[in-house]
Design a protein. Structure first.
Length: 343
């Protein structure tokens, strides 16, 4: 059954807490979800400046999310000075609301260009190894984790609930990405990449071998929206096509795309051979947004653009086979859609 409902009403639900399993932590418990409206709650966001007022952490904590995902641009370091980058991360850790969230909620994340190290940067950024170390430090990744020994910050975890499992797949769209300029975008595409050979093989395996009931893929930049002039997967059309093809051919259950970067929030829909519409939920930004936004052509858009400070929420109900996707701001729900999946 395929169904979309655009609703502009305010409501709040609480989730039960769950635990996760990954290659680093295989011990987990299935918690009871009796009496809960949502079996699993995920919150995410991007484009955050730690030296500006962080308004949203109390709103995020109030939803009692099972996991918080950083979608990139956690800080705006834009530097090759690693002391400055580390100081920016430490400043974010000291944000009272974020520090409180860390005590109660699992935190995962990836980076985008400004926390990677330079605006629109890719493989050419010279300090990417050290930058990776600092991001993993910020995320609290164990010093003995295999993630400390490989190139790139891509990662996946399976989170179990009493009703079913959710797989979170974090992409790294920076470490291996071919350098980009106007000439290369307009030129031959065959040798250009976003993920790089090793990460592509990993992603295909993660999807093909997934038994999770929902598979959530986080990309720092938009996947579905094609028409705007900013960074996006559509600047690498063969890579974009490959990603959509892999999602379809893998037969992974109920894939949802999350993205950030744009300083606006929107839902984009792709019909691409799946038994349900593929949604790219863009949530951006947390401390600053394109408040003067007027319009931007996106034929894939569902609903309207939100151009004020916001974060995103997914509320999964396994019995209803339903995901409620919400854009939330300071003390308010701004927009939501409800999608029914063929579980």
């Amino acid at each position: 059954m395929k169904k979309f409902i655009i609703v502009l009403v305010v409501f709040t639900v609480l989730s039960c807490k769950t635990t996760s399993k990954s290659s680093e932590n295989k011990d987990y418990l299935k918690q009871s979800t009796k009496g809960k409206t949502a079996d699993f709650v995920l919150a995410f966001g991007s484009c955050n400046k730690p030296d500006q007022t962080n308004l949203l952490w109390d709103d995020i904590a109030g939803l009692n999310p099972d996991v918080w995902l950083w979608g990139g641009d956690i800080i705006y370091a834009d530097t090759e000075n690693m002391d400055k980058m580390e100081a920016d991360y430490n400043l974010q850790k000291k944000q009272k609301g974020y520090a409180n969230l860390l005590k109660e909620t699992k935190v995962l994340g990836t980076w985008d260009d400004h926390d990677f190290g330079a605006n629109d940067a890719g493989i050419e950024y010279p300090k990417k190894e050290k930058s990776q170390e600092l991001l993993l430090n910020f995320l609290g990744v164990d010093k003995n984790s295999p993630r400390r020994k490989r190139e790139g910050v891509y990662h996946s975890e399976v989170i179990e609930t009493a009703k079913g499992s959710v797989k979170i797949i974090l992409l790294d769209t920076r470490y291996f990405r071919t350098s980009i300029n106007k000439e290369s975008v307009k030129g031959v595409q065959d040798n250009r990449t976003i993920l790089g050979e090793q990460q592509w093989a990993w992603l295909e395996s993660e999807l093909v071998n997934s038994s999770a009931k929902f598979n959530i893929i986080l990309s720092s930049v938009q996947v579905i929206a094609e028409k705007h002039p900013y960074e996006k997967w559509a600047n690498f059309p063969l890579e974009r096509k490959k990603l959509l093809d892999v999602i379809v051919s893998s037969k992974a259950n109920n894939v949802i795309l999350l993205s950030g970067d744009r300083h606006i929030s929107e839902f984009s829909k792709e019909v691409s051979g799946l038994s349900y519409p593929l949604i790219d939920f863009t949530s951006s930004g947390m401390t600053h947004a394109s408040e003067n936004f007027t319009k931007e052509y996106n034929p894939a858009r569902v609903g309207s653009v939100v151009s004020t400070k916001s974060f995103g929420v997914l509320k999964i109900n396994f019995d209803k086979k339903e995901v409620v996707m919400e854009m939330r701001g300071d003390d308010m729900l701004q927009q939501k859609i409800v999608q029914i999946y063929p579980l």
